[in-house]
Design a protein around this ligand. Structure first.
Ligand code: GLY
Length: 242
């Protein structure tokens, strides 16, 4: 199969499925989707490639059908289903299912969700998800992963991180910790390949991308590495539309 990949997360209570807004991951370490595969170097949401037509197709053939099939096999599923989709010339196809949130997809999806996530999770447990409609802000979010240079092969760690307090004060900006820890002096230091997910919202994908890349300049640590083209696919989508 060939085509663009889109990730769709969903809540499921065994019978009902509620779809979250779409997202798209950048898995390769280097700009231009070059380099080795990683756990994800950045994401954006929504995906401009997840059109109404794609949504209709998936609703008809994929989402509810998955939940119904699991129930029919005697294994009703409650929790999060992550649909890894490929938009092929013949229509959307499922590449993979994960029974968990996507990382770093969740970082751009959850900040845009208007519902109280605990209520939604409780409805999954109680089997009352049909009473809940998920609502998402009419905006966009971009996540840029700050990694340790050399990831995913070899890298140094233990470097102090500065600037986290700047992000904390800003509305619509978030930092998700991945590979960090407190050192003996109580400082937050790098402790992994993917160190932080820096997220910003914006009125549209372009603005969210500008905001997220601004926020990456507020945070510093030795050997900081990131991709510079997270969300660049957005420009391509716009060109195709024009
Ligand atoms: N970002 C892909 C995953 O979480 O599997």
């Amino acid at each position: 199969m060939t085509g663009r990949e889109v990730s769709v997360l969903s809540f499921v209570d065994g019978e009902t499925i509620r779809i979250m807004t779409s997202a798209q991951d950048h898995k390769r370490a280097k700009d231009g989707d070059q380099g080795l595969n990683t756990g994800g170097m950045g994401t954006f949401s929504p995906s401009p490639f997840y059109t109404e037509e794609v949504d209709e197709f998936c609703k008809k053939y994929i989402y509810q059908a998955t939940v119904d099939a699991m129930k029919a096999e005697g294994r009703p599923f409650k929790g999060i289903i992550f649909f890894g989709l490929m938009l092929t010339p013949k229509g959307p196809r499922v590449l993979e299912y994960n029974a968990r949130f996507g990382d770093p997809e969740a970082q751009v999806v959850i900040p845009r969700m208007k519902n109280d996530i605990v209520e939604v999770m409780e409805a999954c447990i109680d089997g009352t998800l049909s009473e809940i409609e998920l609502q998402f802000e009419d905006n966009a979010a971009v996540c840029v992963v700050l990694a340790s240079d050399g990831y995913p092969v070899s890298y140094e760690k233990g470097f102090p991180i500065s600037g986290l307090d700047t992000v904390e004060k800003m509305d619509g900006y978030y930092v998700f910790h991945a590979g960090t820890k407190f050192n003996d002096e109580g400082q937050i230091v790098t402790n992994g390949g993917r160190v932080l997910g820096v997220v910003a919202k914006g009125c549209d994908l372009k603005q969210a991308r500008l905001n997220a890349y601004s926020a990456t300049t507020w945070i510093e640590f030795d050997n900081k590495y990131m991709r510079n083209d997270i969300g660049k696919a957005i420009d391509e989508a716009e060109k195709n539309e024009a």
